[in-house]
Design a protein around this ligand. Structure first.
Ligand code: ZN
Length: 480
């Protein structure tokens, strides 16, 4: 039987405010444990939370970027449960009255765009962090760090609209790109500032009802999310095939074993005894405030992608890669402005530049090649001063030293050889040494031309203009 997966994602994004959501404690990452705490975020009796307006504005930005409707009235609610990293015994979250609802995102799928519904975006506080001694299974004690307690989060809940693990990965990357464009979350999955839980069920293709779903946790990278969903999809399909039942539960992704493991039965909303937090007044959001926030939105990835295709005439694929971050898009546009070569710039960035950065595990912000240097190298290729092949060498040197390509070319004597007599002299030498092949060529074995070109390029250490070499070779061979 043919099955399909039904996938919905719940994403938690840590907001980059300087202080926590209900107190003035710093949110800076990496401080000594329990040094960024106060009576409010450690839940001392009598302390009162006060809402951080910056956190609300950041959440509004994301909601607007995802085409959500922002509620004029929302409430904070207590989500009650016990865990050692939750000092109050409840988490302040939003339940019946979230900040925003009914949005959507469009993700690129199969050359087209697919719409993923966003059911809601609500605000909440993060819990603390447990540090287990040794391995989790054999650990005999744990430490708790409350520095993270009360750091603002938004939870973004998608509709059950994704049908493959790849679509889920694409949706996650799109969300992460938007958060980064807005500069409200660093989107770092490994550091835990961007986290994802996934709901997945499978059903025979054509069936309307959803199957029993499981919830997956503990996936710390985009790759893990896709792998976990892939595994879970196959596991559920195998169960259905053998006539067994799927248990509704929460499962953990175990990266080492490459499989999901049962963790606990799925809790329902009523298990948390949600109720409005009596310590916080309702949050009222005026239309004027929403419009103010809308005015602060930058050009977002989808718009930028479309503009790059229209304005620069580059393929959709290129535009997708070049707009993955605002800085990369800015870098691209600056290079095009300076060189006028939209497609050539795109090729160099997507090829050599991103490859080098990836090798060094660096971001475009740390790129040692200045846009004006890349642009001036491209001009030299266009003017025939260096060949495309030599440009590779020049680029490598530029990347290593951050140097000016014109100086590099001069110092290393890399100027392209375009002197006809000089090239003809080399050609004569090559043809004399390979008299047998010359004869073959003249008998009609034209493929040896490539060999001759290679020999001439070698003799000139790659500096001869290849087009010229081709031309002159053909002439010499037919004159013989
Ligand atoms: Zn605090």
């Amino acid at each position: 039987m043919d099955y399909e997966a039904i996938i919905g994602l719940e994403v938690h994004a840590q907001l980059l405010t300087r202080s926590k959501i209900f107190c003035g404690c710093s949110t800076a990452f990496g401080a000594e444990p329990n040094t960024q705490t106060c009576p409010v975020c450690t839940g001392q009796p009598g302390s009162l939370p006060v809402l951080n307006v910056k956190a609300v504005e950041f959440a509004m930005k994301m909601a607007l970027a995802c085409h959500c409707t922002i509620s004029s009235f929302c409430l904070f609610a207590r989500k009650n449960y016990f865990y050692p990293d939750l000092p109050k015994g409840y988490q302040i979250s939003q339940y019946e009255y979230p900040l925003a609802k009914d949005g959507h995102l469009e993700i690129p799928v199969d050359g087209g765009l697919k719409r993923i519904e966003i059911i809601r975006i609500h605000m909440e506080e993060d819990a603390g962090k447990l540090v287990h001694e040794g391995a989790f299974e054999s650990s005999t004690w744990s430490l708790v760090d409350f520095n993270r307690t009360g750091v603002p989060l938004i939870e973004i809940v998608s509709g059950p609209d994704m049908r493959t693990p790849e679509e889920a990965g694409m949706y996650l990357r799109s969300l992460r790109d938007i958060l980064r464009y807005l500069e409200i979350c660093d989107g770092d999955m490994e550091k835990g500032s961007f986290r994802c839980d996934a709901n997945i069920s499978v059903r025979p293709k054509g069936q309307r009802d959803f199957g029993t779903r499981t919830e997956l946790k503990n996936m710390n990278s985009f790759r893990h999310v896709e792998k976990a969903l892939e595994f879970e999809m196959r596991r559920q399909m195998a169960l259905l095939e053998s006539g067994e039942e799927i248990v509704q539960e929460t499962r953990l992704w175990d990266e080492d074993q490459g499989r999901t493991l049962s963790m606990r039965g799925k809790e329902e909303a009523h298990d948390y005894r949600y109720f409005p937090d009596p310590d916080l007044v309702p949050l009222e959001v005026s239309e004027a405030w929403v419009e103010d926030m809308r005015g602060t939105l930058p050009e977002l990835p989808a718009e930028k992608r479309k503009r790059f295709v229209d304005q620069y005439g580059i393929p959709e694929y290129d535009a997708g890669i070049l707009t993955a971050s605002r800085s990369l898009a800015d870098y691209y546009e600056e290079c095009v402005r300076l060189s006028g070569e939209a497609k050539m710039v795109s090729n160099w960035i997507m090829g050599d530049l991103l490859r080098e950065l990836k090798k060094d595990d660096q971001e475009i912000e740390e790129c040692p090649v200045a846009p004006r240097h890349l642009a001036s190298m491209l001009r030299m290729i266009k003017d025939g001063i260096i060949s495309g092949k030599i440009a590779k060498t020049v680029f490598e040197t530029m990347y290593r030293t951050g140097g000016d390509p014109e100086k590099i070319v001069k110092e290393k004597g890399l100027v392209q050889l375009t002197d006809v007599e000089e090239i003809q002299r080399v050609i004569r030498g090559v043809l004399e040494e390979n008299a047998k092949l010359v004869e073959d060529y003249r008998k009609g074995k034209e493929q040896v031309l490539g060999f001759f070109v290679g020999q001439v390029m070698k003799a000139t250490r790659g500096k001869a203009n290849p087009k010229l070499v081709n031309e002159l070779l053909r002439k010499s061979l037919s004159n013989g």
